[in-house]
Design a protein around this ligand. Structure first.
Ligand code: SF4
Length: 347
């Protein structure tokens, strides 16, 4: 008899876990709180993925197609786990949606509930709620995805755009001391995309440190050498309104050691990644540990990063900390193998 495994979360990690398990002949219940699969890449209409500018649909769309193709994956849209009980080495789980609820026994569980973007409105210096032309990386991703790259204030294409890094990350004042790992690369990718499609628009990136780790460093050099993106080491202290419907970034160039005030048509905030409300919710419902940053805590971050603090429950993707989509997809596969092994061992 085939194993039954529950996957919670239909983003890149959960999708890949479900698809891999179904290829092993496992019956998978894939539970997604939204009415669609694909997680944040789908919700915010990501267009291209770094490092190779591959269309997001080629990656995420392909996984969604496989998950929705039927077979041994049953997708529960707009659904959540409403009750969770251990039953020996198995789990009795109630899944609830607007249509009712259903209780099933699962051999193992994968949690892949992902992340939420930091809300820049929580830090007043960025004036995110004050000015229409101050947006964040997910807003820009959606604009690019909808082929609607215009200033929200007047519907006209911007001529000068600033990207501000480390918004809501590496900042003890907002409670997030960690680095979100991908926002440097996402911002550099977005600046390249912008310069390629709108060459009349100047791009400035204000950074504390550039952390385009590993091979993503190629994008950093491309941005400067091939696309004339201005990369400035500086901290932004304040964003105010300027003449002619501009927004002014005030700050300090920390290399030249001098203050600056530069008017822009649009400012893009590189808002970081947080565990969001789903992580504490999973922690209390499933009885698994949360870390000090609000992400789900693996049993051993080095040796068993896919195992939760409870036997039979596995973790994948950004629910354990900031990471790139490619890493989340890899973790989905690893969690699938771990969940399958646990299920077979405890038949
Ligand atoms: S990846 Fe870059 S922008 Fe994001 S928190 Fe780290 S240093 Fe800041």
């Amino acid at each position: 008899m085939a194993e039954n495994i529950l996957v919670i979360g239909g983003g890149p990690a959960g999708l890949n876990a479900a698809v891999m398990l179904s290829e092993l002949g496992v019956n998978v219940a894939l539970v997604e709180r939204d009415s669609f699969l694909g997680g944040n890449p789908k919700k915010f209409k990501y267009k291209f993925l770094f490092p190779d500018m591959q269309p997001a649909d080629n990656v995420i769309g392909e996984l969604i197609k496989k998950a929705e193709a039927g077979g041994s994956i049953k997708v529960y849209y707009s659904s959540e786990v409403s009750d969770f009980k251990e039953n020996g080495k198995k789990f009795d789980v109630t899944l609830k949606s607007a249509d009712g609820s259903e209780t099933k026994t699962f051999d193992s569980v994968i949690v892949a509930t992902g992340f939420e973007h930091f809300d820049p409105a929580r830090d007043a210096k960025y004036s995110y709620q004050l000015f229409d032309d101050v947006i964040d990386i997910k807003d820009l991703e959606r604009m690019m995805g909808e082929n609607n790259f215009v200033r929200p204030s007047n519907g006209k294409p911007p001529k000068k755009v600033a990207f501000i890094l480390c918004v809501g990350s590496r900042d003890r004042h907002v409670g997030n001391q960690y680095c979100s790992r991908v926002c440097c690369t996402v911002s550099v990718k977005q600046a390249i995309e912008m310069r390629e499609h709108f060459p009349d628009c100047e791009a400035y990136i204000f950074y504390m440190d550039i952390r385009t780790y590993g091979f993503f460093e190629d994008l950093y050099w491309q941005a400067m050498e091939e696309h004339d993106v201005q990369i400035v080491k500086g901290r932004i202290a304040e964003i105010t309104s300027g003449p002619d419907n501009t927004v002014i970034c005030k700050g300090e160039d920390t290399l030249l050691r001098g203050p600056f005030e530069i008017p822009f048509d649009m400012v893009v905030l590189a808002s970081g990644m947080e565990g969001g409300p789903q992580s504490p919710e999973m922690s209390s419902k499933l009885g698994i540990e949360l870390d000090e940053h609000g992400f789900l805590k693996p049993e051993n971050i080095t040796l068993s990063p896919f195992k939760s603090s409870k036997a039979g429950i596995f973790l994948a993707g950004a629910c354990t900390g900031p990471k790139a989509i490619s890493d989340s997809i890899t973790e989905g596969a690893a969690a699938a193998m771990n969940a399958y092994t646990y299920a077979v061992k405890n038949r």
